[in-house]
Design a protein around this ligand. Sequence first.
Ligand code: BES
Ligand code: MN
Ligand code: ZN
Length: 480
Amino acid sequence: MKVDVRQTSLPEADAALVAVGLYEGDSLPESLADAPGAGDAKGSFKTLTRLYPGGPERLLVVGLGERDDFEVEKLRVLAAMVAGEAAKLEAASLAWALPEAEDEEAAAEAIVTGTILGSYRFDRFKGGGDDDVPEARLETLTVLGPAELAGSVETARIYSEAANRARDLQETPANFAKPEDLAARAEEIAAGSDKVAVEVLDGEAIRAKGMGGLAAVSQGGPVDPRLITLRYAGGGSGPTLAFVGKGVTFDTGGISIKPGAGMQEMKFDMSGAAAVLEAFAAIVELGLPVDLITVVPSTENMPSGTAVKPGDVITQYNGKTVEVNNTDAEGRLILADALAWAIEQGAERVIDLATLTGAVVVALGSTYAAVISNDDALATEISAAGEESGELVWRLPLHPEYKAMMKGTVADLSNLGTKREAGTITAASFLEEFVDDTPWAHIDIAGTAWDVNRAYTGKGGSGYGVRLLVQLVRDLAGRG
Ligand code: BES
Ligand code: MN
Ligand code: ZN
């Protein structure tokens, strides 16, 4: 989407649809007071009133709610609702008058984000002629406000479009999005910048290096796995940061096979990979001053005569042995290798994103992701970035008693807890065995990666994590 900023008065705004916010109890700007229907306009949150003032021809009054209760999240929601109206009207251009807000930059970003995310559709496999899918698309968004907001608006465009690209990767079915396709996307990202290098290991190299977790999970199917590494030399004074994203392109559960109902959703089991790849791309595009490594272990998890079996013992990349007591707990096996690899590559701070446990859906639903960390400062930074970006995280604890539940009978570790309880934490406790003392945070996104049903993410892939990670790096780099 083309996005810009212009200091234009409402009557001169030149767009197929113009949106203007109204706080509860406020009155419309004078230029609109006499428009037909102006008396009906309300400031209550989420109330939209369409007016035809003549110039501009079509205008939407958007209820912002109480001035004292305003927060930028509301603006993201409203911007998505306005984008929905624009789609219904088949409007190609939209102008949004920046409402009065304490933080104008954050407000401008929220309008851009809500509009771009709210306009998202995945129609790659639709043949056209579907009445539910409008043909016209919103092509331009103009924020009516001071020119100084141009930087914020461009930043928001970059990370919001990155989030939509992550959604494309998520939505792409497993017969089109294979480990080699994620690797191809990483190579494309690297080709776009001379500050980025990419390295891709195939199945043979993965086995030769002793990445026993990724090797074991992939051995049940014919699709060759990949271990993808991107490196961005962005400079800056901070420690080298690493993102690690779970890239299971389809999770059947393996021999510990999942029930059939809903299994199609397991194409989304690469949502962590999608998020870290596109967050990386956005950080590069924004030129943020950070040295960043991104690692994606990617494979299918399939049952067959060659599949890893319950009870099998494998050796992970850091030398620890693991009893695979449930082949459906495959994410932690591939992440274990990837975490150890990222640290060997020089990561001094590591964040992994993974659709790791059904338990986190029970605990937090789709409103918060869980963050589990061995480092209070990092956990605090991530929580703050969550509040700013609207991609919320809630911290869960680590404790030696959880760790004890992941001990193996004949090997160092088991990939399955001795009890079902605290499933999200025991999974994280397993991962902790592979990061040594490196500051690390694990974000379990199983509840937030799809079907979030927020106005601007709706059903399907949400792109969760892209905006959170970009915000985190902006904060770490001191660029708001
Ligand atoms: N990919 C799943 C987790 C998942 C489940 C994500 C539902 C989104 C929705 C993961 O690989 C898995 O199967 N986890 C198991 C672990 C268990 C066997 C210890 C789970 O959560 O049931
Ligand atoms: Mn699984
Ligand atoms: Zn999985």
